[in-house]
Every structure is written in C-alpha cells, then in structure tokens.
Design a protein around this ligand. Structure first.
Ligand SMILES: Cc1ncc(COP(=O)(O)O)c(C=O)c1O
Length: 383
C-alpha cells in the first residue's frame, strides 16, 4: 500500500499530496465496467443539487419511468439502489427473506454462489439447484426442487452468468417456478443482461429483478437498478421481522420515492449519469440494441472458434455480450492479457472457476458491441 508521509499532523502543506488520479483511457472489453459514452460523462459533471430539490426529484421520477421500460415492467417500485450490482442482490434478498425461510437458489456459476451466500446471511435455509458451470439453469430441476421443498419463499437465479458466459432461459425458469410453487417469489439477477439481452420482468412473471449500471447500460459502476412487483411489495409489508438492513429496507426507501421523506442522500451525479445512459438506450431502442449485441458477440465467437479457440459456454446458451474463450495450447492467457492492457490499453477479463488459467472473459457490452471493437479484438488476440 502507498502510505503518504505524515510526519507533522495538522498544518497546510505538511503532507505530500499525490498527483491527480492517473486513470488511462482504455478500451474496456472485460466483464465490466464497460466504456461510457461522452454524453454520460458530461451528465456526471452537471451541477450538484440537493436530493430533495424539485429539479432532482423530476430526474429521479424520469429514471424510474425509463427503468420500467428497460425492465419491461409496470411495477411502481422501480428505482436505482445506491450501490453496485451486489447491492441490488442484497436489496432483493434481504427484503424478501426472513430467518428460517427456505430459499431455493440456482447455481451455475460464481454469481449464483454469491446469491446463496447472501440468502444464507439473511438467515434462510438455502437449497441449491446446481447446474454444471457453462450450462443453463434447468427449469425441470427448479420445478423438482420447489416440489420437494414445499413452502419455499424465494426462487433465485442469474439470467446472464458473467462468470461462465451463459444465458439461462428466464421465461422458462420463471414459468417452471410458478407452475410448481405458485406462491414462491422469483428473484432474477439481470446484472449482465439488462440493456443487452431482452429482460421482460412482467412477461416472465418475475417478482424482483435487479441489475448494475456498468455493463450493457454503459454507465459507470455505482447504481443497481431494481424492480419489485406487487407480490414482493406485499411480502415486505407483511414481514414478521424488520428487514435486517436499514439501508436496503424497501419500506423506508419507498418513503423517499413516494413521499419525498429523507432516507439517505441520493448519489446525485450518478443518477444524472444513469438518466443520460437510459436516454441513450431508449433512443437506440431495446430491440436494436439487443440485435447489435447479438451481431457483435456472434461474430467474435465464430472467428475465435475458426482460429482454434474453445468456447466454454454451451452452444445455444452463449451470451453475446460476454464470451468465455478457452485459449489454445501454447498461449499464455495471463501474459497476453497483461500485454494487451499495457501495450494496447485494451482490457479483457481473466477466467474464473476450474478453467481460469486458460480462459478469457471478453465483454462486448453497451457502447462496445460494435464491429469496430470486434475488429480491434481480432487484430489484438493471437491466433
Ligand atoms: C451476474 C452478476 N451479478 C452480480 C454482480 C455483482 O455486481 P457488482 O460487482 O457491481 O457488485 C455481477 C458483477 O459482475 C454480475 O456479473
């Protein structure tokens, strides 16, 4: 760690102040964050206003309205949680779960594991529905688990597993859950899908869905868009115990959203940035944006396979915005990543899990899902 000298406490000029933060301009093709368009950067630098200022409240309302469109929902309780995607995960699970509840959690990668951890910390009995890493969550396995754990309160799964590059069929998982256990509340992690792959909260019948700003929405990390449906809101209102987290307690947050009562100081600049990012998403149109992600990702994946790379995610389940590439023998995956970063200002991600040492995670998210970025990658990657 770089410690600053502090020989003299107090007086002005007594410490060696470091130079301005040296953050280079990189092309961000890892698992997130992704690059941010200039319009969003400009919005981040708009004047600070109070979080109860009418001008800011109007921005908040518009953010919620735009998020409803992006999530495909009419849910009133739709807003950005202050915090990264994991804050969305915590907000979803802490609000719905009470100690002793059963939570069925699908695990086909790192973020399903994280959901188990969070649900466990809420005091829930966690039932895992495992799928091999690289494969989808199986709707039939979800139905079986819910049938053999009657009374489960929550079913949670990750739509787009960033650790493996796999998209699960969210509509099918939600349908299987509601057929097997009509009262179970379904939580969907859409951190890597929102803004890149279709997310249809109401059509799926999902009760809570959360995301993060730094992936296909192309806004810096720091907010977690979330939506709670009517059954989830009712669950929160009828809890036996207080939500373990004061910060994420939906009933307190909605006091701010609905009655403008102070809860915590909203991160004003980040919200201005998200507002602009959502405007860009909607100007492009969700279907065009999704098609753009599909075009870029499938082209990259096809050329990598031609060049002898393996693709870790199962065919038919591959996310276009996140490619898990297995490098051919003779290529030092870590060394190539290091060189791309240092020599070309190009970030790609390391692998996780059993194949970590020979895997890259290559993101084509948001602004970067273009032919031009695919060309840069194909020029830079060996083979
Ligand atoms: C699928 C998924 N869920 C949750 C998270 C956690 O988000 P964050 O790192 O923004 O807290 C991530 C982050 O990459 C993710 O990919």
């Amino acid at each position: 760690m770089n410690e600053l000298p502090h020989d003299h406490a107090g007086g002005a000029g007594d410490v060696a102040v470091p130079p301005a933060a040296a953050l280079p301009a990189r092309l961000l093709c890892g698992p997130g964050p992704s690059n941010v368009p200039p319009r969003v950067l400009e919005a981040l630098s708009r004047p600070i206003v109070g979080h109860l200022d009418p001008a800011f409240l109007a921005v908040m309302d518009e953010v919620s309205a735009m998020l409803r469109l992006v999530f495909g929902t009419a849910n009133r309780a739709t807003f950005p949680v202050s915090g990264t995607g994991s804050a969305g995960m915590e907000a979803a699970l802490t609000n719905l779960l009470e100690p002793g509840d059963t939570a069925v959690v699908c695990v086909n990668g790192l973020f399903g594991e994280r959901m188990c951890d969070v649900a466990h910390r809420c005091g829930a009995d966690v039932v895992r529905v495992e799928a091999e890493w690289g494969r989808r969550v199986e709707p039939d396995a979800v139905a079986d688990a819910l049938t053999s754990h009657r009374g489960a309160r929550v079913l949670a799964f990750v739509h787009a597993e960033t650790s493996t590059g796999v998209e699960s069929d969210a509509a099918a998982v939600c349908a299987a859950a509601s057929a097997a256990a009509p009262d179970v509340l379904v939580v969907v992690d859409a951190v890597t899908s929102l803004g890149g792959t279709a997310v249809e909260v109401d059509a799926w019948g999902a009760d809570v869905c959360y995301s993060g700003t730094q992936k296909c929405l192309a806004v810096p990390p720091g907010l977690a868009p979330i939506t709670f449906g009517p059954r989830a809101v009712e669950r929160v209102q009828t809890r036996r115990t207080a939500v373990q987290s004061w910060y994420f307690d939906l009933s307190l947050i909605t006091g701010y959203l609905d009655e403008r009562a102070y809860h915590h100081t909203a991160p004003v600049s980040m919200l201005a940035g998200l507002h602009e990012g959502l405007r860009i998403v909607l100007e492009e149109g969700l279907a065009s944006r999704r098609d753009r992600h599909v075009r870029a990702g499938t082209r990259l994946q096809a050329v990598l396979e031609d060049r002898g790379y393996g693709l870790f995610a199962a065919p038919g389940a591959r996310l276009p915005q996140l490619t898990t590439a297995l490098v051919p023998a003779g290529i030092d995956a870590a060394e190539v990543r290091r060189r791309l970063l240092m020599e070309r200002n190009l970030e790609i991600g390391a692998g996780v899990g059993a194949h970590a040492t020979r895997m890259w995670r290559i993101g084509l998210m948001g602004e970067n899902a273009t032919d031009a970025v695919v060309d840069v990658l194909l020029d830079a990657l060996p083979g």
